[in-house]
Design a protein around this ligand. Structure first.
Ligand code: GLP
Length: 241
């Protein structure tokens, strides 16, 4: 894993955006894997700013998101569909029909998981996957204990994950208990992965990732087996390494 060390959240975001912009310019039909949460928000802001200033085009870009809560439809302000619209899609010239997120309100969730994996495969796979990380090492919503060979699947969220994400909801009771997430194997099939880590609350997580063993109890540890991973980490996140 290659590590880019940066000062703070702002520099991490700009540095990640610069990589994405370069890749989009190199390959206008790039397939991006996108993440939600607080971590990539600044990257999306930087992409929007660049789009407004330099007209970088996303017309032919396809995107796949990592995950979605079960039970929230795309108009729900807490859904990841809504997050992506507000944080990125509405502000760049991406074709909404080429943006894919799991459908958390599908009647048959198992079918939806299969459909999502098939879609990624049929469209040629993900070229560049952006990842954040949960404090317990989860990537997407793959909680500790998830099989490294998992495809897209339904997960029960850990209480700690629900609590960490409760800040976006009115109360913890409103945080869904389940989600659909790309599986670990799905994520590992991406040709290139960009993992963003910022803040002291992720210092222990980053330390474990770098020095710990590869185990399903710490899902992100599998990234050590991928041959093209770049971590962009800020000083606070690096403080435990
Ligand atoms: C959620 C998302 C993950 C994200 C993680 C960390 O659980 N499903 O994709 O990486 O939270 O979120 P944050 O970036 O807000 O710390």
């Amino acid at each position: 894993m290659n590590i880019i060390k940066v000062q703070d959240y702002k520099e991490m975001s700009q540095s990640a955006a610069n990589i994405v912009i370069r890749k989009v310019k190199e390959n206008s039909k790039i397939k991006l894997g996108l993440a939600t949460g607080g971590t990539p928000k600044g990257t999306y802001d930087a992409l929007i700013e660049d789009h407004m200033q330099n007209n970088t085009s996303y017309e032919n870009v396809t995107s796949f998101n990592l995950d979605e809560y079960i039970g929230l439809d795309s108009n729900d302000p807490n859904s990841y569909h809504y997050y992506m619209d507000q944080s990125l899609f509405a502000h760049i010239n991406i074709n909404k029909e080429q943006t894919y997120l799991p459908n958390g309100t599908a009647d048959n969730l198992d079918k939806e998981c299969t459909r999502f994996d098939k879609m990624i495969e049929t469209l040629g796979g993900i070229d560049l996957q952006i990842l954040g990380i949960g404090q317990n090492g989860h990537i997407g919503f793959n909680e500790p204990g998830t099989s490294f060979s998992s495809g897209t699947h339904v997960v029960a969220l850990e209480e700690s994950t629900r609590q960490a994400n409760a800040r976006y909801f009115d109360s913890i009771d409103e945080v869904p208990t389940h989600a659909i997430t790309m599986g670990i194997a799905t994520i590992m099939k991406s040709k290139e992965i960009l993992l963003l880590i910022s803040g002291e609350e992720k210092a222990e997580t980053l330390k474990k990732l770098i020095h710990g063993e590869i185990t399903e109890e710490f899902p992100a540890s599998i990234l050590k087996k991928h041959n093209n991973v770049t971590i962009i980490a800020d000083q606070k996140a690096l403080s435990g390494v």
